[in-house]
Design a binder for this molecule. Structure first.
Ligand code: FAD
Ligand code: SF4
Ligand code: SF4
Length: 470
């Protein structure tokens, strides 16, 4: 260990931009064994590991780095999977620059952080390749049933632990495929869909029962679930797109980001393309509005769909973007043009089709409630021609009580109100986790919530048994 003085930080090989924009394959390769040993041996085994403190799952990073450096990968996997239900997913999609790696002391000392995410992916891919990851078998049969609504990372993580605790677990998913935003939101070039399918197959083999194409509140009532199950977990995510106040609903070629990404992911998974031609960017001048990771996913998808030009419009500057710096760099390398400090103000349309977008040039003003400097109008207006406008402005929760005919306490933002230590709602039998309690967040937080809520559900069901017996 402590090799950071001698060995330079080196990430896994990244496919060159000219090549990678020709398909939707993941852009980062896996480490070789020697590379993983070299990179993990750079760790200084801190007494107070800031990497671990800043990982939402509190992963025991120094210990598994030591095992990789000693080429003891099976033990490394045991430790990494003890706290993380899907380490191969986090290794790929966590914004490590803001979490574990951004807080590594070696990074702070100017040597370049330990490449924790790529090493976590390496351990888990090795575990899969060597058959170390076996279906879960539980020697307990609790004779109690848990319903999970939504098969995103929060629901799947909870299912993993609940099945291990010996409960019967049924997952209800409105889509035709399992995985939530891991399957239909995040593009394949960041997270290969086979990685998600491998995990859902593994959960099926472990005994989790999935009901796809089953929307609770439509195909099945929440009340029915309450009657049939001992506990219910709501992990339905947030899907209501925020939009510009520019009458974009009056033009057919201005679409919400997720609609665009879902279509691209479906086509990638082998489905027939939709008849809505606005869902493809091929040969079009594309404008994506927004500065978060969803916006970066859209611009990079449009490049791969052979758009003639892709421009990202963001109202603040590069330093104040909410998205991961790594993703912005990837987009720039792939030919995306950025217009910083640009605030959309008007859509020019003919017969229901937007032909251009007018925007106001801004400058940076005072810091606002988000902690970033807010844009201030300079009075200058500019126009950009556009064939397709994609709005990537974030998501809000739908009205869950209306949907489920329930009366759960909600927050002012419309998310489900829970005690964050328990993830229990105002109905003691009903629990909630992931984006539906946090608002649009991260995969790693959803996995965290799934892990924690499984513990509380277990406690709740054990108490229920005791009460019944007494
Ligand atoms: P979701 O993943 O949204 O899953 C909810 C599931 O519930 C869905 O499958 C939905 O169909 C289902 N559902 C909803 N209502 C019902 C109902 N009534 N009945 C049955 N099923 C229902 N995070 C990262 O960490 N890294 C990234 O790179 C990243 N990229 C992203 C890119 C995009 C485009 C988007 C939109 C998000 C991204 N995120 C990323 C955020 C991350 O995907 C989410 O925070 C995470 O998926 C939330 O998990 P969840 O389980 O709470 O909800
Ligand atoms: Fe880093 Fe995410 Fe892995 Fe935690 S889960 S160690 S934040 S990559
Ligand atoms: Fe190793 Fe960096 Fe974590 Fe310290 S902070 S234990 S150097 S990975």
């Amino acid at each position: 260990m402590l090799e950071f003085f001698k060995k330079k930080q080196s990430g896994p090989i990244k496919t060159e931009s000219e090549k990678r924009i020709k398909d939707f394959q993941e852009i980062y390769n896996d480490y070789t064994t020697q590379e993983s040993i070299d990179q993990s041996s750079r760790c200084s085994q801190c007494g107070i590991p800031y990497c671990q403190i800043h990982c939402p799952l509190n992963n025991n990073i120094p210990d598994w780095l030591k095992y990789i450096a000693e080429d003891r990968l099976e033990e490394a996997y045991e430790i990494s999977s003890a706290t993380n239900a899907f380490p191969e997913v986090c290794g790929r999609v966590c914004p490590q620059d803001r979490l574990c790696e951004g807080n590594c002391v070696i990074e702070k000392a100017g040597f370049g952080s330990i490449t924790i995410g790529s090493l976590e992916k390496h351990i888990t891919e090795t575990a899969w390749n060597n058959g170390w990851i076996k279906p879960i078998t539980s020697d307990k049969n609790q004779n109690q049933k848990v319903a999970i609504i939504g098969s995103g990372p929060a629901g799947l993580a909870a299912a993993t632990y609940l099945i291990e605790y010996g409960y019967e677990v049924e997952v209800f998913e409105k889509n035709d495929r399992i995985g939530g935003l891991m399957i239909y939101g995040i593009p394949n070039f960041k997270l290969d869909k086979l990685v998600v399918i491998r995990r859902s197959d593994w959960l099926k083999e472990s005994g989790v029962i999935f009901h796809t194409n089953c929307e609770v509140g439509k195909d099945l009532s929440f009340e029915d679930l309450e009657k049939k199950f001992d506990a219910i977990l709501i992990s339905t995510g947030v899907y209501k797109a925020r939009s510009l106040n520019l009458n974009t609903e009056t033009v057919s070629n201005s679409i919400p980001a997720l609609e665009y990404l879902i279509e691209s992911n479906k086509v990638g998974l082998g489905d027939k393309p939709s008849r809505n031609s606005h869902l493809s960017a091929k040969n079009k001048k594309v404008i994506v509005i927004g500065g978060g990771d969803t916006a970066m996913d859209c611009v990079r998808t449009a490049v791969r769909q052979e758009a003639s030009e892709v421009i990202c419009l963001y109202r603040r500057n590069k330093e104040n973007m909410p998205g991961s710096a790594r993703e912005v760099t990837n987009a720039e390398q792939e030919g995306v043009k950025f217009k910083w400090l640009s605030v959309p103000s008007k859509i020019v349309q003919q017969k229901g089709i937007a032909s251009s977008l007018v925007y106001k040039v801004a400058e940076l003003g005072e810091v606002d409630e988000s902690g970033r400097r807010s844009p201030v109008d300079t009075g200058i207006e500019e126009t950009l021609k556009s064939d397709l406008i994609i709005e990537a402005l974030g998501f809000q929760p739908e009205n869950i009580n209306e949907k489920f005919n329930t009366n759960l306490n909600l927050t002012g933002w419309g998310t489900i109100k829970v005690d964050f230590n328990k993830f229990q709602t105002s109905n003691p039998k009903v629990f909630a986790a992931g984006d539906i309690v946090r608002g649009a967040s991260l995969v790693v937080w959803a996995i965290h919530d799934g892990r924690e809520v499984a513990k509380t559900i277990k406690q709740f069901l054990e108490n229920k048994k005791v009460k019944k017996a007494s």
